[in-house]
Design a protein around this ligand. Structure first.
Ligand code: FAD
Ligand code: NAP
Ligand code: SF4
Length: 681
């Protein structure tokens, strides 16, 4: 067996799971509308078919006050339970198992009727909560129990009680958010009474044949969060109240420590569940989570004794067959989640349906269907960036005869530059995956081949132009001075001086700033040192955690890295620098630059470059920036030179990715568009 720990069975309450993999709760945006339940069912059924041990749904509120936003998914009536039956039947028909997460958002709810233990507004919400009365607390507990009852009626194998990420239950537990003086506040015994009564009530109401997972916040990462002693006390009490499984939560939503973004080292928080297990505070199985995205890492975590199960969430958007492929010893075929958040979490915050950058079918299982073609044709795809890779592999999968031409000696296009950015190493996995798909689907790959219209005309029935983008060149005097370099040159190793000005504050400007400011003493990723560096840089108490003086919330002063370069980012506009970065990751990039002393200067007019440096006007004042290197990250232009000649030659031409539109381009759009065009061929 390839992964003996990962693929070994485990029994929870009445249920034996075939493996140790839990699909963690994710809200995908299909939950709210009744009409979407068939789509939601197809989404879950595909994951059940892929062999995951146990699925946990996105959060469902036990009452209206607990809804994450107005009209969010709620389960408090028999008619709602009947709709959920679509989902549970679909999963069970595939031999899967599924629990429903009960989530009360408390003061994180995005509506004015939100409630909390105490009237304290969250920094990330515009709405002040109503303080729950003692009667309100009791009725909320009853709503949780009733919700669990309805979940069982709907056919769920159990429920997960959401006790982490800073939602209502967490708000009761932490001193930071619970200032009550009645039986629900004050001492820790009082503050934890709320979750303990919920779990006890559900167990009493539903008996032993029902799985109760409790998601316990093991590391709050906020001031006045739980201490380690409190975490252990709560874990023991939750087990005694009747939980079958303890899942782990790391960091409240308002925490200012990255916990799942791509720069977080893989398995960066498994030491927390390890310490829980070693404490002997519980005997029920414990699930560890966060940035576990390959079967190798999952196996290693389980083999080390850090947990009894692993929770993977986004990896199941990227590849529903994660477990099946692992079991068939085909880990290399797994489409790995690169933790970019661009199509999943960022969409949630934009009120859009979640999908996946590397798998545009995620969430669209009934809408994006790849069927074999009935009329195979000869297809040329020009450019092996994300758009071309996606188009070539999907077209070949459908049965077309595909040749992929790439001017460079390797595949990847701009993505090959992205993977060189510190903290974006995961992007290499996507290229590894596409390499495997090119081989498996029989695409004829021609590297080192810059094609022209003459190479293509007459030899193909259709051409997909995926020639992407190139850097926008500047035109002001001195733009060709030796101090001026494009981001491409810099990322490919051109020498850069100690004092640097970066022109452009988009995604690439930020990435280049991080690339140039990466502390030289940073060790390779995924070893103990790299983890320690990450935790120290973000102020997580790794070494002191667990000792009696451990700080509340697990925070400690961050270590400020020593900088070898002086870097400034410049932009012409007066908008807030970095405001167009991803919703859930932009703050991390801004915080990183701040820690490293890198400033963003707005309202800049570029005059010229000469030996003295970069001459600019800032706020109307002339200045010379005495820098050694000026890196141009001023956006992209489409490479379209093939399009008109091919069209004039009467060929069928499809233009995709950056070649189609450079503005607002990212790999999410490029990959999705490639698949869309290939499906239409
Ligand atoms: P490209 O990636 O530009 O690929 C085009 C390919 O066509 C190239 O390989 C080129 O050599 C080839 N080609 C061109 N002309 C010819 C020809 N005549 N014959 C043969 N081959 C030809 N996006 C994200 O979504 N998230 C990120 O975090 C992210 N980070 C980035 C960081 C950096 C540093 C950079 C540079 C980019 C980043 N991007 C990111 C952007 C992302 O990489 C691009 O949006 C994406 O690569 C565009 O895909 P594409 O296939 O359209 O074009
Ligand atoms: P971008 O986001 O469009 O930023 C271009 C920058 O260049 C802006 O700061 C712009 O600011 C400046 N600029 C534009 N024209 C200029 C000119 N003529 N002279 C001087 N400055 C000029 O583009 P990008 O940084 O190249 O990124 C390309 C795409 O890659 C993005 O759309 C993004 O989606 C993707 N990407 C994403 C990530 C990610 O983390 N998700 C990371 C990297 C890249 P002013 O006009 O104000 O000067
Ligand atoms: Fe993972 Fe990015 Fe896909 Fe989200 S969008 S599942 S983070 S690869």
């Amino acid at each position: 067996m390839p992964y003996p720990n990962l693929l070994s069975p485990i029994t929870l309450a009445h249920l034996t799971l075939p493996n140790r993999v839990l699909m963690g709760s994710m809200h995908v945006g299909l939950e709210e509308e009744g009409g979407n339940f068939p789509k939601l069912s197809a989404y879950f059924a595909e994951r059940a078919r892929g062999g995951v041990g146990l699925i946990v749904t996105g959060g469902v509120a036990p009452n209206r006050a607990g809804q994450v936003k107005p009209f969010a998914a709620t389960l408090n009536s028999a008619s709602e339970a009947r709709r959920h039956k679509h989902v549970t039947d679909a999963v069970h028909a595939e031999g899967g198992r599924i629990c429903m997460q009960i989530l009360h958002a408390g003061r994180y709810a995005y509506h004015p009727w939100n409630v909390a233990p105490t009237r304290l507004k969250a920094t990330i919400s515009p709405f002040s909560p109503w303080g729950l009365t003692a009667g309100g607390v009791r009725s909320t507990i009853n709503d949780f129990i009733q919700c669990a009852r309805l979940a069982r009626d709907a056919g769920y194998d159990g429920v997960e009680v959401m006790g982490s990420e800073g939602y209502l239950i967490n708000q009761f537990i932490a001193r930071a958010t619970n200032h009550r003086t009645d039986e629900w506040g004050g001492s820790f015994a009082n503050r934890m009474r709320f979750p303990v009564e919920i779990v006890r009530g559900i167990r009493q109401a539903l008996g032993p044949d029902f799985v109760i997972i409790y998601r316990l916040s093991m590391l709050d990462l906020v001031q006045d969060g739980s201490t380690w002693a409190e975490v252990l006390e709560l874990a023991t009490a939750i087990e005694q109240a009747g939980a079958s499984l303890l899942n782990s939560g790391i960091g409240w939503h308002e925490a200012r420590v990255p916990t799942i973004a791509t720069l977080v080292p893989r398995a960066a928080f498994t030491w927390v569940t390890q310490r829980l297990r070693e404490s002997g505070a519980v005997s029920i199985p414990v699930v560890t989570s966060n940035r576990i995205n390959t079967p190798e890492v999952a196996e290693q975590v389980l083999a080390s004794g850090a947990a009894d199960m692993v929770s993977l969430a986004r990896p199941f958007l990227a590849d529903p067959e994660f477990v099946k492929k692992a079991a068939e010893n085909r880990a290399n075929d797994i489409n790995t989640c690169i933790a970019c958040n661009q199509a999943c979490l960022d969409h949630v915050f934009q009120n859009k349906r979640s999908s996946c950058l590397v798998n545009p079918r995620a969430g669209y299982e009934t809408e994006i269907v790849i069927r074999p073609t009935t009329k195979p044709i000869r297809v040329a795809v020009v450019g092996a960036g994300p758009a071309g890779l996606s188009a070539a592999t999907v077209a070949a999968e459908r049965g077309h005869k595909v040749t992929l031409f790439e001017a460079a000696p390797h595949i990847g296009g701009q993505f090959d530059l992205a993977r060189r950015i510190p903290g974006k190493e995961e992007f290499s996995e996507t290229l590894r995956y596409f390499r495997g798909r090119l081989h498996a689907t029989g695409v004829n790959v021609q590297l080192n081949t810059r094609v022209t219209q003459a190479d293509l005309a007459g030899n193909f029935d259709a051409v997909v132009v995926a020639t992407g983008v190139g850097p926008r060149n500047l035109t002001f005097p001195g733009h060709d001075h030796p101090k001026v370099k494009s981001y491409m040159d810099v990322l490919l190793g051109a020498p850069v001086g100690k004092r640097v000005a970066i022109i452009g504050t988009g995604g690439i400007g930020h990435d280049v700033a991080e690339f140039l400011s990466e502390p030289a003493d940073k060790k390779p990723r995924n070893d103990e040192d790299s983890l320690r560096h990450f935790l120290q840089e973000w102020g997580v108490d790794y070494d002191g955690w667990g000792v009696s003086a451990s700080p509340a919330g697990g925070l400690c002063p961050a270590v400020v890295p020593s900088m070898e370069r002086e870097i400034v980012l410049l932009q012409r506009s007066s908008a807030k620098g970095g405001s167009r970065l991803g919703k859930t990751t932009g703050w991390i990039h801004r915080a990183t630059l701040k820690k490293r002393g890198i400033k963003i200067v707005s309202d800049v007019r570029y005059d010229r470059v000469d030996d003295a440096g970069l001459h600019v006007h800032i706020d109307g004042q002339a200045q010379v920036l005495d820098v050694d290197t000026i890196v141009v990250c001023a956006g992209q232009v489409s490479r379209t030179e093939l399009v008109a000649p091919l069209q004039s030659a009467g060929m069928v031409v499809h233009v995709i990715g950056g070649a189609e539109e450079a503005a607002e381009l990212d790999a999410k759009r490029a990959i999705a568009r490639g698949a869309q065009v290939a499906i239409g061929l």
